[in-house]
Design a protein around this ligand. Structure first.
Ligand code: FES
Ligand SMILES: [Fe+2]
Length: 360
């Protein structure tokens, strides 16, 4: 069982995660006029949007008698506790105690910086309660690109977040796990040309599969003439991965060209630790509908959702089994190059989080 940490928890209690950075907290469309309870990096928060559009993330605990603030209701000026009616503004300051004129200065709850960027919600989690953002959250231009249409969803994992990274950085599993959608011949996937590169905290994995059979989702979404040249490009950063995949008629162009023609699927994958052993997965998939198939976006989104449910079943079972067999060593094989590199990046960022904290 994981304890929920207060915003003032010592660094040692939160060290497993890279800190002083933006993490994905959800999507714009998830924040309505109802408070939303979510835990990130062992910190229980309530997210809400006031009628003027301001978004806010507060510690999910009323400073009066501990009721989760997520049990309360959103008002024009902030969030009202559902027990005795204390009203908090978007910065966590209590601005009304019903029936009491004096509001003590300690009547407040910790607030976390929360921003919206390209329909993605980002929350800043620092190594100290005073930590403030040192940069803007990342942009994701695909969500605003008129050539693309997208949909997405949030998935909860009963598994540590790095198992989700492992899965997304090693797409060889498509041939075994996703036969009904974006998979295909297992031999093709396991033998695909693979290139892993890393610059600073970014790991890139590129896989090319020329002259291959289009998998079911591709064939349903795009009128290919026959066999296709297929690409998969994964860009990992600790808070999110971009996975851009697609295919074009075999031999019809340069498979590596950034402006290549054909069918594209552009995936955004925000992976945020919830607790030590559970995770949030926030994904969108965007596609460029063919002129003759303008209505395929929902099909691509639905099949992607099906695909990620297949991943969730595998990863949750993997984690349960790791707990049944604790301390066992794992065999490394060729497909592990990308995940292994990403884990080294995370280890370094965790060390930096220690060093960035006074006394850490
Ligand atoms: S517990 Fe929130 S107002 Fe009493
Ligand atoms: Fe998968």
């Amino acid at each position: 069982m994981n304890a929920i940490l207060s915003a003032a928890a010592p660094l040692s209690a939160i060290a497993p995660f890279p800190l002083n950075r933006w993490w994905v907290a959800g999507f714009t469309w998830e924040l309505t006029d109802k408070p939303l309870a979510r835990t990130f990096l062992n910190r229980a928060m309530v997210l809400f949007r006031t009628p003027d559009g301001t978004v806010s993330a507060l510690e999910d605990r009323c400073c009066h008698k501990d009721l989760p603030l997520s049990c309360g209701s959103v008002e024009a000026r902030g969030l009202r506790c559902g027990y005795h009616g204390l009203l908090y503004d978007c910065a966590g300051v209590c601005i009304e105690i019903p029936g009491q004129e004096h509001i003590p200065t300690k009547a407040r709850v910790p607030a976390y910086p929360l921003r919206e960027q390209d329909q993605i919600l980002w929350v800043w989690i620092g190594s100290t309660p005073e930590s403030t953002p040192t940069e803007d959250p990342p942009h994701y231009a695909v969500h605003n690109d008129p050539k693309y249409k997208f949909g997405g969803n949030s998935v909860h994992y009963d598994a540590p977040y790095q198992l989700v990274h492992d899965n997304l950085l090693d797409l060889s599993h498509l041939g075994y796990v996703h036969l009904k959608t974006i998979g295909g011949n297992p031999g093709l996937h396991m033998n695909a040309e693979l290139k892993v590169t890393a610059v600073d905290d970014v790991v890139r994995v590129v896989r090319l599969m020329p002259d291959s059979e289009p998998p079911p989702t591709y064939a349903a979404a795009w009128p290919f003439k026959g066999r296709i040249d297929r690409w998969q490009e994964v860009e990992f950063q600790v808070s999110h991965l971009l996975i851009w995949t697609g295919g074009m008629d075999a031999g019809s162009g340069d498979i590596r060209a950034p402006d290549r023609e054909g069918f594209h699927m552009r995936g955004f994958h925000g992976v945020t630790p919830e607790t030590d052993h559970t995770s949030h997965y926030f994904w969108t998939i965007a596609t460029n509908p063919h002129p003759d198939k303008q209505d395929v976006t929902q099909l691509v989104v639905d099949q992607t959702a099906m695909t990620f449910e297949e991943d969730r079943v595998i990863i949750d079972a993997q984690w349960q089994n790791q707990r049944r067999f604790p301390g066992r060593t794992q065999l490394g094989i060729h497909v592990d190059a990308g995940p292994a590199r990403a884990r080294r990046v995370i280890d370094a960022l965790v060390r930096q989080s220690h060093q960035a904290s006074p006394g850490g």
